[in-house]
Design a protein around this ligand. Structure first.
Ligand SMILES: Nc1nc2c(c(=O)[nH]1)N[C@H]1C(S)=C(S)[C@@H](COP(=O)(O)O)O[C@H]1N2
Ligand SMILES: [Mo]
Length: 236
């Protein structure tokens, strides 16, 4: 798979906004502690800047009739791991009061959310997809979120890994999808559990998720593609 370099247009528009709105940025940084943001090399400035500039509103959803199954291309760096449904567990650990090992029945028992959104891959394609499953926020709430948590580290069965800012992870449109376009998730698309959201680029949307770890800071491993130069926040 040949992923191109970072989406340059985003870099450029961020640059323009930075030039145009210095007062706004200083104001926002002061609120959160500029020394913390600048001093912590582990915390990309992009995160605070982009969160500030884009707000945290809901992104558009589509009608189920707009779903185009053929437009969603399979994009996997390391094959397709297979699960026997009975043996699947989702570990929720780190900065939580009750570490969990959830089976599929436990995920199905949570409120189910449907979200028809546009999936955008930096390789130059996009597709409208209907995802459903529990909200990531509901799974984290079940485990009892510590106020010290700021990030989620996500591991997958194919050795893919990702890290997200907590606000994006807990966004109401961020799901742990178990179904796609009205049917159980196909193996190639991440069965039995994958991330889905309209607020992040495709490479943030881990398939075959096996572990969510709540963290206070980012570690050295920020994401499979991010560690090769891709932008970490990857917001839409
Ligand atoms: N575990 C895992 N998750 C992954 C990937 C991967 O290779 N492994 N590829 C990412 C990329 S680049 C994209 S665009 C989407 C593709 O999802 P799809 O194959 O269901 O279309 O999955 C993302 N999640
Ligand atoms: Mo992608």
């Amino acid at each position: 798979m040949a992923h191109p370099a970072d989406p340059l247009s985003r870099r450029r528009s961020l640059g323009l906004l930075l030039g145009a709105a210095p007062t706004l940025l200083l104001g926002g940084c002061a609120l959160n502690g500029v020394s913390e943001a600048v001093g912590a090399a582990t915390q990309p400035l992009n995160e605070r800047l982009e969160a500030l500039l884009q707000g945290k509103g809901k992104l558009p959803e589509f009608r189920p009739s707009q779903v185009d199954p053929a437009a969603l291309l399979i994009n996997s760096f390391n094959g397709t791991p297979e699960f026997t449904p009975g043996s699947y567990r989702l570990a929720v650990s780190g900065l939580v009061s009750r570490p969990l090992n959830l089976d599929l029945a436990a995920l199905a028992a949570l409120p189910q959310q449907q979200c028809v959104i546009r999936h955008v891959c930096v390789e130059g394609w996009s597709a409208i997809v209907a995802w459903s499953g529990p909200r990531l926020a509901d799974v984290v709430a079940l485990a009892g979120l510590s106020p010290l948590a700021g990030y989620v580290f996500i591991e997958s069965a194919d050795q893919y890994y990702e890290s997200w800012d907590l606000a994006s992870a807990l966004h109401p449109q961020t799901l742990l999808a178990t179904h796609m376009n009205g049917a159980p998730l196909p193996a190639a698309n991440g069965a039995p559990v994958r991330l889905a959201t309209p607020i992040k680029l495709g490479y943030k949307l881990s398939k075959w998720v096996t572990s969510l770890k709540l963290m206070a800071t980012l570690g050295d491993r920020r994401g499979y593609w991010e560690d090769q130069g891709y932008e970490w926040f990857a917001g839409l």
